[in-house]
Design a protein around this ligand. Structure first.
Ligand code: GUN
Length: 285
C-alpha cells in the first residue's frame, strides 16, 4: 500500500483563511482585533524560528501580535511580574511564553501564572484538566492540530485502536486525552514500554512525538494505519526528519503526515484558533 499524504501545510492554510474571515467580520462590526503577546526569553535559535512563524501567522489572519524579548538572565520573579501585568491588560487575549526557559527558571511556575483563559498554549493545569474531563476550552495546540489532521482523512476516530508513542506534557499526554475524547481506544507508550514494536503493530492510528529522528522503523507500521509524525529533528546535513522513518513507513501506512509540512503548520494554526477562542470569551463579558 502507498500512503496518501496528509497535507498539513494546505490544511493549516485553509484554517487560517477561515479564521481570517471570522476576524474580519468582528473588526467590520466595530470590535477590536484579537491580541496575542509572546514572551521570548534568550536567544535559542529554534525558539526564534518558532516565534517568527507565530508572528507571521498572526499578521496573516489579523491578530494583533506583540513580541516581548527579554534576556536569558531575567529572574523568575521579573518574568512572573511580566506575566502578571499581561494578565491584567484587557487588550491582551492570549499570552504565550516560548519554551524552553533557562535552567534557573521554574517552567511550571511560569506556565501556571498565566490566567487559564489567556493560556493559548493550553498548558495550564486547568486547561489540561478540562480536556481530561471532557470539557475542553483552550486545548494544547499540537494535539488539537493532530486531531484535525486525522479528521481530514474522513476516517472515523471512534472505536479505533490509537497508539501514542511519547508521554510528554506538551504532546503525548494531551494527545492521548484528545483521542480518548474522540472515543478511540488509547495506548500511551513511554520510554520504559516493553516490546514497543508489538504495541505499534496494533495501531490503527499512530501518533509519535519523542524527538528522535527515525525512532520508529518504517517496517513497524501496520498496513493501512493513519500515521501522524510530531517529530521535527534537525539532521547534521541541515535537513529535517520526523520521528518515523518516512520512506518505508509511507509504503505501508494508509495515510501519513510529512516532515516538514505536516503537524508543524497545524500547531501554529491551532494557536491562532485558540487566540480567537480566548478573544471571543473575553469580549463576550
Ligand atoms: N516550545 C516548543 N513548542 C512550544 C509550544 O507549542 N509552545 C511554547 N510556548 N513553547 C514551545
Amino acid at each position: 500500500m502507498t500512503a496518501k499524504i496528509i497535507d498539513g501545510k494546505a490544511i493549516a492554510a485553509a484554517c487560517r483563511q477561515n479564521l481570517k474571515q471570522r476576524i474580519q467580520q468582528q473588526t467590520a462590526s466595530g470590535q477590536r482585533a484579537p491580541g496575542l503577546t509572546v514572551i521570548l526569553v534568550g536567544e535559542d535559535p529554534a525558539s526564534q524560528v518558532y516565534v517568527r512563524n507565530k508572528q507571521k501567522a498572526c499578521e496573516e489572519v489579523g491578530i494583533h501580535s506583540q513580541l516581548l524579548r527579554v534576556s536569558a538572565e531575567i529572574s523568575e520573579d521579573e518574568l512572573l511580574k511580566m506575566v502578571q501585568s499581561l494578565n491584567n491588560d484587557n487588550s491582551v487575549d492570549g499570552i504565550l511564553v516560548q519554551l524552553p526557559l533557562p535552567d534557573h527558571i521554574n517552567e511550571p511556575r511560569v506556565t501556571e501564572s498565566i490566567l487559564p483563559h489567556k493560556d493559548v498554549d493550553g498548558f495550564h493545569p486547568q486547561n489540561i484538566g478540562r480536556l481530561l474531563q471532557k470539557q475542553p476550552e483552550l486545548r494544547p495546540c499540537t494535539p488539537y492540530g493532530c486531531i484535525k489532521l486525522i479528521e481530514s482523512t474522513g476516517e472515523p476516530i471512534q472505536g479505533k485502536r490509537a497508539v501514542v508513542v511519547g508521554a510528554s506534557n506538551i504532546v503525548g499526554r494531551p494527545m492521548a486525552m484528545e483521542l480518548l475524547l474522540a472515543n478511540a481506544t488509547v495506548t500511551i507508550c513511554n520510554s520504559k514500554t516493553r516490546d514497543l514494536r508489538a504495541e505499534v503493530a496494533r495501531a490503527e492510528i499512530l501518533v509519535v512525538g519523542v524527538g528522535h529522528a527515525d525512532f520508529i522503523p518504517g517496517d513497524w507500521i501496520p498496513d493501512g494505519c493513519i500515521v501522524i509524525d510530531v517529530g521535527i529533528n534537525r539532521l547534521d546535513d541541515g535537513s529535517l526528519a520526523g520521528d518515523i522513518a518516512y520512506a518505508t513507513a509511507s509504503e505501508r501506512a494508509g495515510w501519513i503526515t510529512p516532515v516538514p509540512g505536516g503537524v508543524g503548520p497545524m500547531t501554529v494554526a491551532m494557536l491562532m484558533e485558540n487566540c480567537m477562542t480566548a478573544y471571543l470569551a473575553h469580549t463576550a463579558d
